[in-house]
Design a protein around this ligand. Structure first.
Ligand code: MN
Ligand code: MN
Length: 466
């Protein structure tokens, strides 16, 4: 039976914007490919919970694909695949294009640090027979969410003799875990009256770490016993905490969420959910025309500062150095470069519709999300990509059949946030945010959709292959 569409209906189809859902728009093959892709992503999530581990895991992937270490000034050739390791905490991986670098570098920038709880320089103490570690939280967390869950310690210690020891305790099922205690509801009458942000204070995020003394009736016996265990296992003394970076992260492994396994739950999707696709896309595009690059930056969650954060000139030194190698002005190379700041956005949450403006929100399973501007309080502190660059990306995604959507970060004046985009744009580079909608962003366990993650991979393949 055929049905004639009214003129109004046809006009609506022609003129109105219609959001797409991956489960309507994608082929069965693509949906199946998305589920397969998620298996590799989950392994990457579990292998790297802090930036140092992500760098190691990423280098492992890159070397298996033929990438070799880059040093400033070294000769490079078209088709050559290289990576620059920034102090073990950041990474630039790139493939030299077949055409002149004068036409710009096409790169994706994501970050591999996630919110967590870091140990202080003097962390270990004993109180009322219990051993604790003092912490200073890292990034934007809701502190109450980090209590009463199993935690693992990850990091590196530089000892007095200069040797480095890497620590991971709590990930193996046979490992002990760590824990931040919270008040029982029975005695929480005063705590429950506090605003949520004050329910747990920063100085209460102390990690329970032991309770057995070194010997009977010994003052600070629990602390001594812990120190002795650390000395026996890692050769470290209390002073070595000063030259250490140790973070407490949730022990949770990446798991499928839901009866239909369509979602992935994990610690730190933000922003490994973009870091991983940037690597897989970089490796998928063979003999690119442009020089293409994946930047995995550190410190985004605390403002992109420091020499491993995206504000460091190091990431641009690599581009400038390549320009010099080819005898081209780095000013020209950057002016012609294009960047996708690959980071997450807040998915519309049906449990909290009041914080979002539905018409300008991103939805789980509606594909990769383009965010033209982030910021807060009247678009302050944002890159705000040009209409021209937004148009370029939009057309590219449409041409490749990639399901995409666009979003702001919540309702006006509800809060806000930023990404690395503005730190790249100031180098005279066109940049726009592109990533994945996340539920419960910055919680110890976040959720994303498998089809959305796969769309980021496909979007970056399209961008690198352009
Ligand atoms: Mn992020
Ligand atoms: Mn974040």
């Amino acid at each position: 039976m055929s049905e004639t569409k009214s003129q109004a209906q046809l006009l609506k189809e022609q003129l109105f914007y219609k959001a797409q859902n991956t489960y309507n728009a994608l082929s069965d093959e693509d949906i199946s490919a998305a589920y397969d892709y998620a298996e590799g992503y989950k392994k990457y999530l579990d292998a790297g919970k802090i930036e140092r581990e992500c760098v190691k895991e990423s280098i492992k992937m890159l070397e298996a694909d033929g990438f070799t270490p880059y040093t400033f000034g070294m000769p490079v050739t078209a088709g050559g695949k290289y990576y620059y390791n920034n102090r073990g905490k950041g990474l630039s991986a790139f493939v030299i294009g077949t055409e002149s670098i004068e036409n710009g570098v096409y790169f994706a920038a994501s970050h591999i640090d996630s919110p967590r709880v870091d140990l202080k320089a003097h962390p270990l103490y004993e109180a009322d027979g219990l051993g604790y570690l003092k912490t200073h939280y890292y990034g934007g967390i809701k502190k109450y969410q980090w209590t009463a869950i199993p935690l693992a310690l990850h990091g590196s210690v530089v000892k007095a003799d200069g040797s480095v020891v890497d620590i991971v305790i709590g990930e193996d099922d046979s490992d002990p875990v760590f824990y931040i205690d919270d008040l029982l509801p029975h005695l929480a009458a005063d705590q429950m009256k506090k605003p949520m942000k004050d329910a747990i204070a920063g100085e209460q995020l102390n990690i329970l770490s032991g309770s057995k003394p070194f010997e009977r009736n010994l003052p600070e016996g629990v602390k001594l016993n812990i120190m002795k265990i650390l000395y026996d296992k890692y050769g470290m003394t209390e002073a070595d905490f000063i030259s250490a970076e140790i973070a407490a992260v949730p022990t949770f492994k990446a798991r499928d969420v839901g009866f239909d396994r369509s979602l992935i739950g994990s610690y730190g999707h933000d922003d490994r959910v973009c870091a991983y696709p940037s690597l897989t896309a970089l490796m998928a595009v063979k003999n690119p025309q442009h020089t293409i690059m994946a930047i995995l930056a550190d410190k985004e969650e605390v403002g992109s500062d420091g020499n491993t954060g995206m504000q460091s000139v190091m990431y641009f030194d690599v581009i400038n150095d390549l320009a010099r190698t080819f005898g081209v002005s780095d000013i020209v190379v950057r002016a012609n470069s294009k960047c996708l700041s690959s980071d997450v956005n807040a998915a519309f949450d049906p449990n909290f519709p009041e914080v979002s403006e539905r018409r300008n929100s991103c939805f789980v399973n509606n594909g990769v999300v383009i965010t033209k501007y982030t910021g807060a309080k009247g678009k302050s502190g944002t890159n705000d990509a040009s209409a021209e660059f937004a148009g370029y990306i939009r057309n590219l995604l449409d041409a490749k059949g990639i399901v995409w959507q666009t979003s702001e970060l919540g309702k006006i004046d509800q809060g806000g946030g930023g990404t690395v985009a503005k730190y790249i744009a100031k180098h005279n580079i066109d940049v726009i945010d592109l990533g994945v909608p996340v539920l419960s962003m910055h919680a110890p366990y976040e959720v994303v959709s498998k089809t959305d993650v796969y769309m980021v991979h496909k979007a970056l393949v399209a961008f690198f292959g352009a």
